[in-house]
Ligand binder design. Sequence first.
Ligand SMILES: Nc1nc2c(ncn2[C@@H]2O[C@H](COP(=O)(O)OP(=O)(O)OP(=O)(O)O)[C@@H](O)[C@H]2O)c(=O)[nH]1
Length: 600
Amino acid sequence: MPVDSKLIRNFSIIAHIDHGKSTLADRILDVTGALTAREQKEQFLDKMDIERERGITIKAQTVRLDYTAKDGQTYRLHLIDTPGHVDFNYEVSRSLQACEGALLVVDATQGVEAQTLANVFLALDNNLAIIPVLNKIDLPSADVERTTREIEDVIGLDCSGAIPASAKTGIGIAEILEAVVERIPAPKGDLNAAPRALIFDSWYDSYRGAVVMVRVVDGIIRKGQKVRFMATGRDYEVTEMGVFTPHATAITELGPGEVGFLVGNIKSVVDTKIGDTVTDAVHPATTPLPGFKEVKPMVFAGIFPTDSAQYEDLRDALSKLHMNDAAFVFEPDTSEALGFGFRCGFLGLLHMEIIQERLEREYNLDLITTAPSVVYHCYLNDGSMKSIENPAKLPPPNLTDRIEEPIFRMTVHVPSAYVGAVLALCQERRGEQKSIQYASSDRVIITYDMPLSEVLFDFHDKLKSVSRGYASMDYELVGYRADDLIKLDMLVNGDPLDALSVIVHRDKAYARGRDLAVKLKDIVPRQQYEVAIQAAIGSKVIARTTVKAMRKDVTAKCYGGDISRKRKLLEKQKEGKKRMKMVGSVEIPQEAFLAILKID
Ligand SMILES: Nc1nc2c(ncn2[C@@H]2O[C@H](COP(=O)(O)OP(=O)(O)OP(=O)(O)O)[C@@H](O)[C@H]2O)c(=O)[nH]1
């Protein structure tokens, strides 16, 4: 029989980045005796990458812990991990749906930040019991009272039961565990109903195929059972089940309220949709659990091999990554400038960086990545709509009625001294002010609706620099809006570099074209002849720069016949050339394709 659900507690830790989520999770593992002394040394829950190669591992970072409370009962705690970044907001929401409560960790030296707020709202949407934890009270600059007031004022959360703690020294950890048992409700589920389990995470394991992490709501899921994934309609036999304690441990069943993983000959994570419901294949539940939604990539970029011989390797690598991460999509693409490659879709910029890095590090590929673009909705004169993921593919203006772009609601938290600078930045990025609210005497929450394309172009870096690092931000999609958008093309010696085309607001086109031409002039290496760089709108050239001709003979300074030295220099020169791409007759380095991101 599965454990009595009255003795189960399912919870997550939510926090702004760096407020101490991982450290607190470690301390909880220590106190419940889940780790040996050696393991305690390191942030255990962060170690996934290394262990991953060896089969099922800690990717899920969702652990089962046994905790004997002051009332003498032993409780089964499931600490459910949530991804920390806004790019993965949807997944955070799914993970929270698997819980009845959450520890809200706020760094008492910093106070409430943008992602604290975003995560709390997700938790409140899911009706979770929230236990505020004021962390880092070992630090002299910790201000428990002010932080408490901020949580109450900004979030409207009752803080009378907030727990001052230090995840570093262990203060407050015992109180936190007692609060989990006392204040977080036990899961409610019907043991005798048709089984329903929520998939809230999945990953790819090279030996077992896709592994899914589930939270059982009703009934029992057993090893050997034939189960159905309701959204995809596919059936699988459960060949293996387990939990992390935090080591992977085999089990044979999961009852209502329990959390664990299933394996069942599932070929790819594409078949394991986060938010899907697992039920019995023979006696299926009639209605799935609420809230299944496809995640859509928001940001697209072209990925091309520098050496066209690596095209097939790149395709293989992309397929493997897609098997691991269904939110990442790709399809073949050709560029006049860059040849054969792929157009790839990501949840956001961080997601894009992660994929890019994995391609290069794990698959040893030499790539050219083009500047990221958002998805534009282009309405044609005949009333139809085309989704434009690649600016080069924008239909000509004479066929177009209007172009709409994705709008994000930005929430920025900032000390009042920097409000002016932040407002100026938001305004310059075509933002539309929604509200300004004082969280406390010196902290302000600014809300703007802003085109995503303006957020992509180093908004975060700029925000940090105008606020000396003090501002934090969060964002969510609120819809699409039409604006005066046009395509800006870049030409190199008269050849259009389609991979550099961008869609910009008309008011910004001249400035951006000029800046880009200047930037490219510095990036494109001198060739043996003069190279003209032009920015154009349609057939109209709006800016031009010239890369002067030059021939650099790097071996000139080698005197005599020291052939090995000469060879070394030539090798070095070749190395430097690696990330270049011939465009027409001009060699363009990778940097050029991302130049647009670096423009002020
Ligand atoms: N002095 C002190 N430092 C702490 C405490 N808790 C965490 N830290 C430190 O704060 C930093 C961030 O802690 P993490 O646990 O990595 O924070 P996190 O929220 O998990 O951060 P991400 O994983 O990056 O989202 C680390 O350098 C910790 O050592 C605490 O109670 N006191």
